[in-house]
Design a protein around this ligand. Structure first.
Ligand code: ADP
Ligand code: MG
Length: 214
């Protein structure tokens, strides 16, 4: 398939819809080991990103869409997820640079750049009970599927499944980064909210891609 600015605008809209539907669960998860605002932060961020990219004309290329989403997300969100997702979209925009349309393989590279951006910005390692524990296995699964000949939709679907496993695994982890780190061992037994929302985001991307190619 070819992924262009229209595909990306729909994708941001689809992510925003999925996050809004999940907002209260994400706030509740954050209420247990954080400050109960994660669903609101993600909703504000993705609504702002959706609206900002929708306002761009058809001349916008994928890089312009992704950079616009990054700025909007950063401006809308005061919580720590703000700069993390903003960096993800900036890095994605850099990888898409110069391309009017993205191939399936290009999109998987864009997706991997998002995970790497979050990792570089937050400096969290796998196992520290953050969204990285969903994003890193997701990026690896997408790359492996794509190398094996999967379409972008199939690769991101594999990523969503890996993210889900990764998020589930955060239950057993001790938080070592962000607000919940101060709980220490008391963070054990609870899913990390940022890892949970990453599953929602990645699942929405997979569904949006398969709808676009249908
Ligand atoms: P805040 O903690 O400022 O209220 P949010 O509630 O929006 O921000 O997001 C909390 C989530 O951010 C955590 O569940 C975790 O997944 C993620 N997070 C926090 N710090 C980091 C970090 N350094 N690297 C990656 N993810 C992080
Ligand atoms: Mg919070």
């Amino acid at each position: 398939m070819t992924i262009d600015e229209t595909t990306l605008k729909s994708m941001f809209s689809d992510i925003a819809t999925a996050i809004t539907a999940d907002r209260d669960r994400l706030c509740a998860l954050d209420g247990v080991i954080g400050d109960a605002d994660h669903g609101i932060a993600m909703e504000l961020g993705f609504n702002a990103a959706r609206d900002a990219v929708a306002a761009l004309g058809p001349e916008a290329d994928p890089t312009a869409v992704l950079n616009t989403a990054a700025k909007a997300f950063l401006n809308a969100v005061g919580a720590s997820s703000g700069p993390l997702y903003a960096t993800a979209f900036m890095r994605a925009g850099a990888v898409a640079k110069g391309k009017a349309v993205l191939s399936d393989a290009d999109f998987v590279e864009v997706f991997r750049a998002m995970a790497q951006g979050i990792r570089d910005r937050g400096k969290a390692e796998p196992g520290e009970k953050t969204m990285i524990d969903a994003w890193v296995p997701a990026a690896e699964a997408a790359a492996a599927a794509s190398a094996g000949g999967a379409s972008a939709a199939e690769a991101i679907d594999a990523a969503a499944k890996a993210a889900d496993k990764g998020a589930e695994a955060t239950k057993a982890m001790v938080a070592a980064k962000g607000r919940s780190a101060r709980l220490g061992d008391r963070s054990i037994g609870h899913v990390d909210p940022g890892a949970a929302s990453a599953v929602t985001v990645i699942t929405a991307i997979a569904k949006s891609l398969s709808a676009a190619q249908a």
